[in-house]
Design a protein around this ligand. Structure first.
Ligand code: S3P
Length: 171
């Protein structure tokens, strides 16, 4: 069976929804950010700090290629995965891409200001930064997605159930 791949901006709940979805469907869950941290042996924040974004993107690409070679997984991706067209091609080759969407206001509430997300860390105007990145990425998210699910204020179980329904309709 095809992988189920969750894409979307930071703080849209990809990891949490992915775990719930995997549990409900009895599938293995993989989070590409976690895999990157495991293979590098340090946190993503530390990868950015020591080696920069470009190096992070090269690790991300490797992990994406690896996970795309499996099937029947639920995969949560990092928010920037769609910036590399080769990642989208690999993930789509045997995966259904589901875009989780929510407003900048909800994203702002979910991302911590403490800086576990290097691309948002240190922003003076955090909401402005979120909006800026969202608008830069909007086209790439929309192009990559097979489905979109709005996740404003909903509980994770409800989002997972909605995704399962969407997938059933598609069969
Ligand atoms: C990033 C999102 C992060 C992580 C890295 C870069 C991005 O993942 O991959 O900090 O470019 O949007 P989450 O979307 O899980 O926060």
């Amino acid at each position: 069976m095809s992988n189920i791949v969750l894409i979307g901006f930071m703080g849209t709940g990809k990891t949490a929804v992915g775990r719930t979805l995997a549990r409900r469907l009895g599938r293995v869950f993989i989070d590409t950010d976690e895999e990157i941290e495991k293979s590098a042996g340090i946190t993503i924040r530390e990868i950015f700090r020591r080696y920069g974004q470009e190096y992070f993107r090269s690790l991300e690409k490797e992990v994406v290629n690896k996970v795309s070679s499996f099937d029947n997984l639920v995969i949560a991706t990092g928010g920037g995965v769609v910036l590399e067209p080769a990642n989208v091609t690999a993930l789509k080759s045997n995966g259904i891409m589901i875009l989780l969407r929510c407003s900048p206001e909800v994203i702002l509430k979910r991302v911590d200001a403490a800086g576990s997300r290097p691309l948002l860390a240190g922003a003076k105007d955090l909401k402005g930064r979120i909006k800026e990145l969202l608008s830069q990425r909007e086209a790439a998210y929309a192009r990559a997605a097979d489905f979109e699910v709005v996740v404003e204020g909903e509980d994770l179980e409800a989002v997972a159930v909605r995704i399962i329904e969407l997938l059933k309709e598609r069969e």
